[in-house]
Design a protein around this ligand. Structure first.
Ligand code: ADP
Ligand code: ZN
Ligand code: ZN
Length: 724
C-alpha cells in the first residue's frame, strides 16, 4: 500500500505529501518515517495503489489519533484560512504525539533516602557543596521531583553529586498528570426559571445556530449545563468554549461538581503530560464534555451534540498568530459536520452575530432578567470636562471619591477599571473633550511621534499634529493615557490606609499570578482591585458593591471601527461585576464624552438600541459586517526587501481590483507600528464586499505566497482585531 504522508518538519515551508510504503492503515494514522537522514513523525492523509516514485521508504505504524471527521475539518481550515497541512494537524494532536517515543513513557524520579534523617543526609553531602545541599533540601521539601526538572533547576553536576553520594533514591514513574486544580464547589440544585426552561427546550429541540442573548447574571451557565446534560442523555458529547481568562478554578469546579470525570479541561496552564492525559481521555471516550479556550474546538470528540461558545463576542476567539483562524466559523462548520447545535452566548453579542440573528439565520433566545433579586446596577455618568472646569484635575471625580469613601466605611469592596489596549494613543482636548478623527473613516487618529503626525490606520491619510484644539482653541490638547500604578498612587493620596491590588499585563504575565490576585481579592485581603479589561470578565465577587470606570471613553478612540462596540461590551461587563449577590451595586462611569451614544444606551443596558445605531453606522461607513477587512502584513529584517514585496502585492491587488470590481478600499503603507522585534513592517489593507470575498480571497493568498520577503514573512488576516 502507498501512503501519502504529511511529515512533521519543524521549520519548513513545505506543504505537500510524501509517498511511503506501509501496511494498510486508516487515514489519520500516525507513522514514523525516515526523512533525509532523520526519523520523523508523519500523518497519513491519503492512500493509493501506485506511486510516481520508486525506491520508496517504509512508514512504520504507530497509532491513529485523528478521526475522519477531523480530516474533513482539516480541509475546511486549509481552504478557509490557507493553512498548511501540518499546522492544522498540530491543532488536533497534543505535543507529546509529535515525538516518537511512547507518549506514556516513564521518567526518572528522585526522592530522598527515607531511611536517614535530612540532617544526616546533609552531613553526608558536606557543608561545602552548597548547590547540592540546596537541591537536597528542595527535593525533601517537595517530596521528590523529576530528574530533568532538577537538572534544569540545579545543574547536572549538583544532581549527579547527590546521586553519587547515594543520598537520593532513583525510581521510574509513569508521568501521570497531577489532578486538575479546581475549587471544590457544591452542585446547586436549582429550578429553572421559565425563561431558562424555554431556552433549554428551544436549543435541545432545535438545530443550527442559536444566539443566547442574556444580561449578566441571567443564568446562562445553568442553561449551558442543562443543554449538555440533555446531550449526554442522548449519548452525545459536547464542547464548551470560554475565554481563557474565565477558566478560573471556580468555573472549573462548577462543571466538575456537576459532571465529575466526564469533563476534560484544556487550558494554557497545563503541561504537556497533563494535556496529553486529558486529550487521551477524550479520544478514548472516557470524557464526554470538553471545556477549554479556543483550541478546545479541535478536541477529538465524536458524535458532538452541542457546541457552546460563552462570551461569544470575546476577541480571544480569533487566533491572530499562526495558525490563524476564527473559532466561531470553525465551530459552525464542526457543528454542521456533526449535526450539532451551536450556541453563542453573550450579554453583548458581536454586532455581526446579532445581525445574523435579526435576519433569522440564527435562532434568537433572550434572557432579559437577572436571577438575583437585584436589578442590574444603576449607572451614573460623570462628565469629566465639567469636573475639570470646576477645578478638579484628579483622576477621580467627586462623585466617585464619595462613593469609594462610603463603600470603604461599610467594609465593602470596590473595583476600579481602566481601559488599556494596544500601543495606539489618541489625541484629546482636556478643556472640551474634542478628539481628532479621520475625515473619511470616522475613526480616531493616532499620534505618531517619530513623524510628528496624526494618522488614520484604516486609510493611511495623514494629518498635521495639533498644537491647539480646533474646536475650542485650548492648548491643553494631548495624548490621553493613565496607568493602573498612577491610579493606586492617587487613591492612596486620598485614602492612605486603603488596601489596593493591581491587575494588568505587568502584574499577570503568568496565569498563576492572575489567579492569585483574584483569590486574594475574593478573600477580602484588599479593598480595591484596580485593573484593565482583565477584571471585566465573568468573576463573581459577592462583596463588590461599587465599580468605577475611570476613562470609559479611552476605548472609544482607539482608531478602530469596533471602538464603540468594544466600549459598550466593556462597560456592560464591568458593570455586571457590581451587586451580584445580596448587596445592591452601583456603577460610576467617568467620561469626557457623556453624550456619546455608547453611554446613552450603555447606561440603560439597552443592547438592541445600541445595536441599531451601530449597525447603521457600519452600513454607512462600509465597515464589517458589510465588508470584510483583509490585511496582508509583511515584515523583514531589511527595509528594501519588505518594500519590494509590498509593492508587488499592491500591484497584484490593483489588477485583481480591475478584474473583480472595485474594492471599497485598497491601500499600502508602513504598518502603524513600523518596527517590532527588529522587523520592519508594511501592510496592504483592503475592504472587500462580502459578495466578492469568496472569489478574491484565494487570489490574495496566492499573491501572498508569491511575494514572501526573503528575510521575513507575510501573513493574511481577515478582520484583524487591531491594525498595529
Ligand atoms: P450569567 O452567566 O448569565 O452571567 P450565571 O450563570 O453566572 O449568569 O448565573 C448567575 C447566578 O444565578 C449564579 O450564581 C447561578 O448559580 C444562579 N442561578 C442560575 N440559575 C438559577 C435558577 N434557576 N435559580 C436560582 N439560581 C440560579
Ligand atoms: Zn477643545
Ligand atoms: Zn481614514
Amino acid at each position: 500500500m502507498i501512503l501519502e504522508v504529511i511529515v512533521d518538519l519543524s521549520n519548513s515551508e513545505v506543504d505537500r505529501t510524501f509517498d511511503y510504503v506501509g501496511e494498510d492503515m486508516p487515514i489519520g494514522s500516525r507513522v514514523s518515517v525516515e526523512f533525509g537522514k532523520k526519523r520523523l513523525i508523519g500523518f497519513v492523509i491519503g492512500k493509493k495503489e501506485t506511486s510516481d516514485y520508486d525506491r520508496l521508504k517504509e512508514a512504520k505504524y504507530l497509532d491513529t489519533p485523528i478521526s475522519s471527521e477531523q480530516l474533513e475539518l482539516m480541509y475546511y481550515l486549509r481552504q478557509s484560512y490557507h493553512l498548511r497541512y501540518i499546522d492544522v494537524l498540530r491543532l488536533f494532536v497534543p505535543a507529546k504525539l509529535r515525538e516518537e517515543r511512547d507518549p506514556e513513557f516513564t521518567r526518572k524520579y528522585l526522592s530522598i533516602d527515607g531511611s536517614r534523617s535530612l540532617s544526616e543526609l546533609c552531613d553526608v553531602v558536606g557543608g561545602r557543596a552548597l548547590k547540592q545541599l540546596e537541591a537536597l533540601k528542595y527535593i525533601a521539601a517537595n517530596g521528590g521531583q523529576f530528574l530533568n526538572v532538577l537538572i534544569a533547576k540545579f545543574g547536572v553536576s549538583a544532581i549527579n553529586g547527590l546521586r553519587e553520594k547515594e543520598v537520593v533514591i532513583e525510581s521510574s514513574v509513569h508521568e501521570r498528570s497531577t489532578p486538575m486544580r479546581t475549587l471544590d464547589k457544591k452542585d446547586k440544585e436549582v429550578t429553572l426559571t421559565s425563561a431558562q426552561a424555554d431556552a433549554v427546550k428551544r436549543i435541545t429541540g432545535g438545530q443550527g445556530v442559536f444566539l443566547l442573548h442574556g444580561v449578566t447574571g441571567s443564568g446562562k451557565t445553568e442553561v449551558y449545563e442543562r443543554v449538555i446534560e440533555d446531550m449526554l442523555s442522548k449519548g452525545k458529547t459536547a464542547v464548551m468554549l470560554v475565554p481563557e481568562i474565565s477558566l478560573t478554578p471556580q468555573m472549573l469546579g462548577l462543571f466538575r461538581a456537576r459532571f465529575g470525570d466526564k469533563v476534560a479541561i484544556l487550558h494554557s496552564g497545563l503541561n504537556s503530560a497533563e494535556r496529553y492525559d486529558e486529550w487521551k481521555r477524550v479520544r478514548d471516550g472516557e470524557a464526554k464534555i470538553v471545556i477549554g479556550a479556543r483550541s478546545a474546538i479541535f478536541a477529538p470528540l465524536e458524535n458532538i451534540g452541542a457546541i457552546i461558545i460563552d462570551e461569544e463576542h470575546d476577541t480571544s476567539y480569533l487566533s491572530e498568530s499562526n495558525p490563524r483562524y476564527d473559532t466561531k466559523s470553525v465551530a459552525k462548520y464542526r457543528a454542521h459536520l456533526n449535526g450539532a447545535v451551536l450556541v453563542l452566548g453573550s450579554a453583548t453579542p458581536d454586532i455581526e452575530t446579532y445581525l445574523n440573528a435579526s435576519r433569522g439565520e440564527y435562532g434568537l433566545i433572550t434572557l432579559s432578567e437577572r436571577i438575583s433579586k437585584h436589578k442590574l446596577p444603576e449607572m451614573e455618568i460623570v462628565d469629566m470636562v465639567q469636573e475639570f472646569r470646576s477645578g478638579n484635575s484628579s483622576i477621580f471625580s467627586v462623585a466617585l471619591l464619595d462613593a469609594i469613601r462610603d463603600a470603604l466605611a461599610r467594609n465593602e469592596q470596590i473595583m476600579l477599571f481602566l481601559n488599556r489596549r494596544g500601543f495606539a494613543s489618541f489625541i484629546r482636548c482636556k478643556e472640551c473633550g474634542y478628539v481628532a478623527k479621520c475625515d473619511d473613516c470616522d475613526v480616531s487618529l493616532t499620534y505618531h511621534k517619530e513623524d510628528n503626525e496624526l494618522k488614520c490606520h484604516y486609510c493611511g491619510k495623514r494629518y498635521h499634529a495639533l498644537t491647539k484644539c480646533p474646536s475650542c482653541g485650548s492648548d491643553r490638547i494631548k495624548q490621553g493615557r493613565i496607568g493602573t500604578e498612577k491610579v493606586v498612587e492617587e487613591l492612596k493620596g486620598f485614602f492612605p490606609n486603603v488596601r489596593a491590588l493591581r491587575m494588568d499585563n505587568d502584574t499577570t504575565a503568568r496565569r498563576d499570578s492572575y489567579l492569585k490576585i483574584l483569590s486574594s481579592f475574593g478573600n477580602h485581603e484588599a479593598d480595591v482591585l484596580v485593573g484593565t479589561q482583565m477584571i471585566a470578565k465573568g468573576h463573581d465577587f459577592s462583596n463588590v458593591t461599587l465599580v468605577g470606570i475611570l476613562e470609559a471613553d479611552a476605548a472609544l478612540y482607539f482608531s478602530d471601527y469596533r471602538s464603540s462596540e468594544r466600549t459598550f461590551q466593556l462597560i456592560t461587563q464591568v458593570a455586571g461585576r457590581a451587586g451580584r449577590a445580596e448587596k445592591a451595586g452601583r456603577v460610576i462611569l467617568q467620561t469626557y464624552a457623556p453624550r456619546h451614544y455608547v453611554f446613552r444606551f450603555g447606561k440603560d443596558y439597552d443592547y438592541t438600541g445600541f445595536w441599531k445605531k451601530e449597525i447603521n453606522t457600519r452600513l454607512v461607513t462600509k465597515f464589517p459586517p458589510y465588508t470584510k477587512i483583509v490585511r496582508v502584513l509583511l515584515n523583514s529584517t531589511e527595509e528594501q526587501d519588505v518594500v519590494d514585496c509590498t509593492r508587488n502585492v499592491y500591484r497584484a491587488m490593483q489588477s485583481l481590483e480591475k478584474e473583480c470590481g472595485k474594492f471599497v478600499y485598497l491601500g499600502a503603507a508602513k504598518s502603524p507600528v513600523t518596527r517590532m522585534n527588529g522587523l520592519v513592517r508594511y501592510q496592504v489593507l483592503m475592504r472587500i464586499s462580502p459578495e466578492s470575498f469568496g472569489e478574491v480571497m484565494p487570489r490574495i493568498y496566492g499573491a501572498a505566497d508569491d511575494n514572501r520577503p526573503k528575510k521575513g514573512s507575510i501573513f493574511v488576516e481577515i478582520n484583524p482585531q487591531s491594525l498595529i
